[in-house]
Design a protein around this ligand. Structure first.
Ligand SMILES: NC(=O)c1ccc[n+]([C@@H]2O[C@H](COP(=O)([O-])OP(=O)(O)OC[C@H]3O[C@@H](n4cnc5c(N)ncnc54)[C@H](O)[C@@H]3O)[C@@H](O)[C@H]2O)c1
Ligand SMILES: [Zn+2]
Ligand SMILES: [Zn+2]
Length: 337
């Protein structure tokens, strides 16, 4: 079974791995496509502080069920599926309250345990969703889009609200698309003008703002002095996350979709006087995955142009470095088995 292992930072190694064994409660999935994301780049570059090597990466997965035992999830051999890569314990306080996306014992495929850069993997039934009616490309990007869909659900957007989305990478783009679907007037902000152009075409956002050109003035002007009632930060940049406190309107919400491994400082009066609601948003639940699948089926998300780069499994290693550079126009790269 061909497999690519990230042996240590900056080293991928093709190996032959053993076929997974049949386990009760799990299905064996033949992987067809793997989406590559920032987490994979950081793991490869050695920027994920507590990452343990060697590790098989890959958590954005589309495949076909090769074997499945008895199950009440309606899964059959030959079904096309997408994988929910967050393996939740089912018992912790978060899981007991349905918040499996932030399980206290979370194990993410391709991060904490080996993932999908291989021909076959064994996945618990509850982590598989059938995607009949979707193409393989569409099935592959359900996971990254679900991150945005989850953040938007957390925000509880009301029609006509101004929503500022800072960061127009693959995650922020998902936030924009789903905020738009909820009827928000979306303002996209980034420091990369090319990416701003892309999100205007792709997510049909209402306004774009360059974060390097006195953005507060533009945002004031767009919102008629009110400021947006919802602000998402999907940059993964500490300065942006700290600066984001100035953008929400009084009584508004600030949702951190991106994350950093450091302290975040804010001036308390910015938080208190505005009575802000500050939220984290982590991963997504099955409900978000289903919402994304239904949105794709209804033609609400343009998966075609979200995927900008692709390669065969064999050629992935040589392309990987190039996919890490935004100047190549990369949004989402896909590896085909
Ligand atoms: N919520 C989750 O569970 C979850 C899941 C996956 C990724 N993430 C996180 O989401 C974040 C975004 O991921 P991505 O893959 O889209 O990243 P990315 O790096 O491709 O995109 C980030 C974008 O933010 C822009 N940016 C950076 N600094 C900025 C600033 N100061 N002002 C405005 N824009 C700025 C960049 O130009 C870039 O376009 C990362 O922190 C990632 O770790 C979160
Ligand atoms: Zn990812
Ligand atoms: Zn749990």
């Amino acid at each position: 079974m061909k497999t690519i292992v990230c042996e240590q930072p900056n080293e991928f190694k093709p190996v032959i791995a053993e076929h997974p064994t049949q386990k009760q409660g799990e299905a064996i999935v033949a992987i067809k496509q793997i989406g590559i994301c920032g987490t994979d780049y950081h793991a490869y570059k050695g920027n994920q502080p507590f990452f343990v090597y060697p590790r098989v990466l890959g958590h954005e997965l589309a495949g076909v069920i090769e074997w499945v035992g008895e199950n009440d999830a309606g899964l059959k051999e030959g079904d096309q599926v997408t994988v929910i890569p967050y393996l939740a314990c089912g018992e912790c306080v978060a899981c007991r309250r349905g918040k499996t996306n932030c399980c206290a014992q979370m194990k993410v495929l391709g991060v904490h345990i080996d993932g999908g850069m291989t021909e076959k993997i064994s996945v618990p039934h509850e982590n598989l969703i059938k995607t009949d009616g979707l193409s393989l490309d569409e099935s592959t990007v359900v996971e990254p889009l679900s991150i945005g869909a989850h953040a938007v659900r957390r925000a509880g957007i009301q029609k006509g609200e101004y929503a500022l989305v800072i960061g127009a990478g693959p995650i922020g783009l998902g936030v924009m698309a789903f905020a738009q679907q909820e009827g928000a007037k979306v303002i996209a902000m980034d420091i990369n003008q090319e990416r701003l152009g892309f999100c205007q075409r792709w997510a049909n956002v209402d306004f774009i703002v360059n974060a390097l050109e006195s953005p507060i003035d533009s945002i004031q002007e767009i919102t008629g002095g009110d400021l947006p009632t919802i602000v998402f930060d999907a940059t993964g940049n500490r300065k942006s996350m700290e600066g984001a406190f100035q953008y929400p309107a009084n009584g508004g919400k600030l949702i951190y979709v991106g994350l950093v491994r450091s302290n975040i400082m804010f001036f308390d009066p910015d938080f208190h006087a505005k009575e802000l609601t500050l939220m984290g948003s982590r991963n997504a639940t099955k409900e978000d995955f289903v919402h994304v699948i239904n949105s794709i089926k209804r033609g609400k998300v343009d998966v075609g142009s979200y995927i900008t780069h692709r390669s065969s499994f064999e050629e992935m290693i040589e392309h990987f470095d190039e996919w890490m550079k935004p100047e190549t126009g990369v949004v989402k790269a896909i590896v085909q088995m």
